[in-house]
Design a protein. Structure first.
Lengths: 310, 367
């Protein structure tokens, strides 16, 4: 039987192909394995805390009594951050995409990205040393005049190291995330829609309301969700800024705690069952942020067909 | 006889504010704002806020009176959009200013970059505050630790990240595995950094033994954060390599893996390198994962595989939270701010470097 010289194997080349594609695929699988491993190892190390007798866990009432208040604290801080950051971020995104002179826009975008480049520990230091001090007179004012609202109940913290300050610092940190994603989506608005609105005599704001915002809504929502994921998991800003304590309704008293800060503050000195408790807390945080991020990504992929060049 | 020329306003420009209207309103707002602040105690920040509000209210109501409600709404929206951009700039300026003002005294202290905290105790800090002795101690050990941990994390992340992006672009073909990887890489970018640290800690606790805290554990934690960033940026860069280049190479009988290593990657290398630099910039400032995986040290540790290790972010964190001398925290604060300044400079240099790499080594696309 004759062999066709075109199909005979050329040892080195074919082997190289196999090795290379195998390595590439292995790397991809490794990433999936790592994510799976994150979940697996957290669960394995968390189980002792979940099964331990209630009095061994800090607080003495079992794991769920321990984790519930700090989950609520985490949510409070994240909600404050989003309430502040979302309108500002959308405004900034609109400014860069539709208001700023075309020539300046790229540079201004870079300036906002600088906010994302500053390390979180520096934000924490800034919040603790500068913002908390400057903002505490405002808390006094809030406690005096709006104290009848439960969230502004006095007496205000004298140091300003409250969950509201932590939330403000967090809002600065999520701002660039929401801004850059919304900016991308605003820039993808079909030019024809915008020009049609302007040609009908719409003002710039009416054009944005009619063409840009409806088109960008799914993008804005997923940007907010991604910002939420970041705000939930951010550690340093809260660990340095907040003087933590029990769960309190008032945002301007010291108190409350978030999962991430609780772990950072206690893990280095922890031992025994305390380590497992903190890892279990990390697992809770992981599940929450994973859920938020998956919903955000799902919204983005679902709307992928509509965005882009059509 | 001199005729006076009477300029009539064109019917087209009727019902419009004159071009200089915003400047007039701005001037009035600044003056009135200054007057209000003079009554309740002057400070520049409050003056800016009050003037901005007065400006917006003044311009919108004037426009509403002359131009009608639609134009007024447009003006209001413009004011809000520009205002939000200015608000976003405030923290940036404030952070950089605070770090510069507090950090420069620390940075220019002799020996700050060249000495570690080995042997520097609270007694020295008390002396520095009470008798004006020089502030001892520096960030040399932390700087070394940061460089070693980040370097090891880069060595782990870049091959894995680059190979994954090659799989996604060259071999994936939208297969279920490729789609799953893309989705989970996106999800991975959202993992809280402290959870990545806990994962690395839990992993090494289970494999090596409880309480294992070394630089290598921190490097693994940082790679978990770094890999998705490298994958995303490299994937984008490989995607924009023109298909004609690949086809030309195949037509010459070159194998696929040779095509990738000799044609595709060299074309995209500038983008990949700049993406990797940005990824390094992202993880070099991470504090939480290092805190739970490498502990803190006050001495130089050159072995990433053994013993606790210091890093710049954890140095800042511990100096602020647990000052070396609890009764006199000022020297610790000074060192922390100095370290923060060094860290920001590092991050900015990396960002700048990424831009330079992208520009200098970009392939010639012109025909």
């Amino acid at each position: 039987m004759t062999t066709n010289s075109l199909t005979t194997s050329q040892g080195a080349g074919r082997a190289g192909d196999k090795v290379f594609s195998g390595a590439a695929m292995a790397a991809g699988c490794l990433i999936l394995a790592v994510l799976f491993g994150v979940a697996l190892f957290l669960v394995v190390q968390a189980i002792p805390a979940l099964t331990a007798p209630a009095e061994d866990i800090q607080g003495g009432n079992g794991f769920f009594a321990y984790i519930a208040p700090i989950v609520v604290g985490t949510l409070i801080a994240a909600v404050i951050a989003l309430v502040i950051a979302t309108p500002v971020a959308i405004g900034v995104a609109l400014f860069i995409s539709h208001y700023a002179p075309r020539r300046l826009a790229a540079g201004l975008g870079y300036v906002v990205d600088l906010l994302a480049a500053i390390p979180s520990v520096v934000y924490g230091a800034w919040g603790a040393a500068f913002l908390a001090k400057e903002i505490s007179p405002a808390y006094d004012w809030l406690a005096t005049y709006l104290g009848w609202i439960p969230i502004f109940e006095g007496p205000a913290s004298a140091t300003g190291k409250t969950i509201l300050t932590a939330g403000i610092v967090l809002s600065v940190m999520v701002l660039p995330i929401i801004t850059s994603l919304s900016r991308e989506i605003f820039l993808q608005t079909p030019k024809l829609h915008e020009e049609a609105a302007l040609a009908l005599g719409a003002t710039r704001w009416e054009m944005i309301k009619m063409a840009v915002l409806p088109f960008g809504r799914p993008g804005i929502i997923s940007a907010i969700m991604l910002g939420l994921g970041r705000a939930l998991g951010e550690t340093m800003a809260v660990a340095l800024v907040l003087s933590s304590g029990v769960l309190t309704a008032s945002l301007i008293q010291s108190g409350n705690q978030t999962i991430a800060a609780e772990i950072a503050l206690n893990f280095p000195e922890a031992s025994g069952i305390k380590v497992n408790t903190l890892i279990a807390a990390g697992l809770v945080l992981f599940v929450i942020t994973l859920g938020v991020n998956m919903i955000a990504r799902w919204i983005i992929t679902r709307h992928k067909e509509f965005s882009g060049a059509n | 006889m001199s005729a006076t020329v009477v300029r009539k306003r064109s019917a087209l420009t009727k019902g419009q504010l004159p071009k200089f209207a915003p400047y007039i309103v701005l001037a009035v707002a600044l003056i009135v704002g200054a007057a209000i602040m003079a009554l309740i105690g002057f400070n520049a920040f409050g003056w800016g806020i009050v003037s901005a509000i007065l400006f917006a209210v003044g311009l919108v109501s004037w426009s509403g009176a002359v131009e009608g409600s639609r134009k007024a709404k447009d003006k209001l929206a413009t004011c809000l959009v520009v205002g939000s951009f200015l608000i976003a700039l405030l923290p940036l300026i404030s952070v950089i200013f605070t770090v510069l003002v507090n950090g420069i005294p620390g940075l220019i202290t002799p020996g700050f970059l060249g000495t570690s905290m080995n042997g520097v105790t609270g007694a020295f800090d008390n002396k520095a505050v009470e008798e004006g002795a020089p502030v001892l101690g520096g960030i040399y050990h932390a700087l070394l630790g940061t460089i070693q941990i980040t370097l090891l994390a880069t060595v782990i992340s870049v091959p894995v990240g680059l190979l994954t992006s090659i799989y996604l672009v060259e071999y994936g073909n939208d297969r279920p595995l490729a789609r799953a990887i893309t989705f989970f890489v996106d999800v991975m970018t959202g993992i809280p950094s402290i959870v990545a640290g806990l994962f690395a800690a839990a992993f090494f606790f289970a494999i090596v033994g409880p309480g294992t805290k070394t630089g290598a554990v921190a490097a693994v934690a940082l790679s978990v954060l770094m890999i998705p960033v490298v994958v995303r940026s490299s994937e984008e860069m490989l995607k924009i390599v023109p298909n004609e280049l690949r086809e030309a190479s195949y037509a010459l009988g070159v194998r696929k893996w040779r095509t990738i290593t000799k044609v595709v990657i060299p074309t995209a290398i500038s983008g990949i390198a700049s993406g990797v630099t940005l990824a390094i910039a992202r993880v070099i400032g991470e504090t939480a994962p290092i805190l739970v995986t490498a502990g803190f040290a006050t001495t130089i540790n050159n072995n990433v595989f053994g013993g606790w290790m210091a890093s710049l972010p954890t140095f800042i964190y511990t100096q602020i939270l647990n000052p070396t001398s609890p009764s006199n925290p000022e020297p610790s604060d000074q060192r922390a701010w100095g370290a923060a300044l060094v860290l920001i400079i590092l991050v900015m240099l990396l960002n700048l470097g990424a831009r330079l790499i992208a520009r200098l080594f970009a392939p010639k696309t012109g025909r």
